[in-house]
Design a protein around this ligand. Structure first.
Ligand code: ATP
Ligand code: MG
Length: 208
């Protein structure tokens, strides 16, 4: 089923510990979506839905109008690759949902991603989807995803090459991205002229 609702595509990039997952959990998923599928590579989203390790369970659990599933994929790369393909096909078939994919670099490459992932991130207007993908490094993520993102959020980066890629995506000076601290970010929303910057507020540690 397709609708005219535009897709929301969030690309969350930054080095380990920069605050990507904290952003996803504390802000992006703050209002729990009615239909949620999480690709939980690091096994840290158990609070967000029913944990599954196999796609047939995921198919069953996403049959209703509302669902929240947290797929914990295999650590074996070959198995994980086809698991991700099926995960994306399922998300595409269900439509009208929020899909979180943590650590995109483990399942996509700069010039390759599963067809269903490309359908959701490239055709743009499929079923009102909200897609959130995270990666420590931009160069390892498929370029179409980054190019089609409606929000690009960048935290502390660990490599000079990443600074260049992210500055291009954010249309900003590379110097703006050097020296970001953990939880600090610069982001660009599609349709907005100016980037915004800030620091993610964590609950109960004095910086909220
Ligand atoms: N729900 C939370 N509440 C409070 N603090 C959190 C929460 N989630 C993460 N943090 C803290 O925020 C900081 C950033 O961690 P986070 O897991 O977001 O990094 P990350 O960018 O996802 O790193 P990685 O690439 O290794 O997954 C850490 O200091 C972590 O302890
Ligand atoms: Mg993380």
């Amino acid at each position: 089923m397709s609708t005219l609702k535009p897709a929301r595509i969030e690309a969350i990039i930054g080095a380990s510990g920069s605050g990507k997952s904290a952003y996803v959990k504390l802000l992006a998923l703050k209002r729990r979506p009615a239909r949620l599928m999480v690709w939980d590579f690091k096994r840290e989203y158990a609070d967000f839905g029913t944990v599954v390790g196999d796609l047939s369970q995921a198919v069953e659990l996403t049959e209703g109008r509302r669902f929240s599933i947290v797929m914990q994929p295999s650590v074996n790369e070959g198995i994980r690759t086809w698991q991700f393909d099926l995960f994306c096909r399922l998300a595409y078939a269900r439509g009208d949902l929020c899909m979180v994919v943590e650590e995109l670099a483990f399942v996509t490459r700069p010039s390759w991603a599963p067809d269903a992932w490309r359908m959701m991130t490239c055709t743009g207007r499929h079923g009102g989807v909200h897609i959130i993908g995270t990666s420590q490094r931009p160069a390892q993520v498929d370029k179409d995803f980054l190019g089609n993102a409606t929000l690009i959020r960048c935290g502390r980066l660990g490599h000079r090459a990443d600074v260049k890629v992210m500055a291009d995506l954010l249309f900003c000076d590379q110097r703006a991205l050097i020296g970001l601290g953990d939880l600090e970010f610069i982001q660009r929303r599609a349709g907005e002229k100016n980037n915004s910057a800030g620091r993610l507020k964590l609950p109960g540690n004095g910086n909220a």
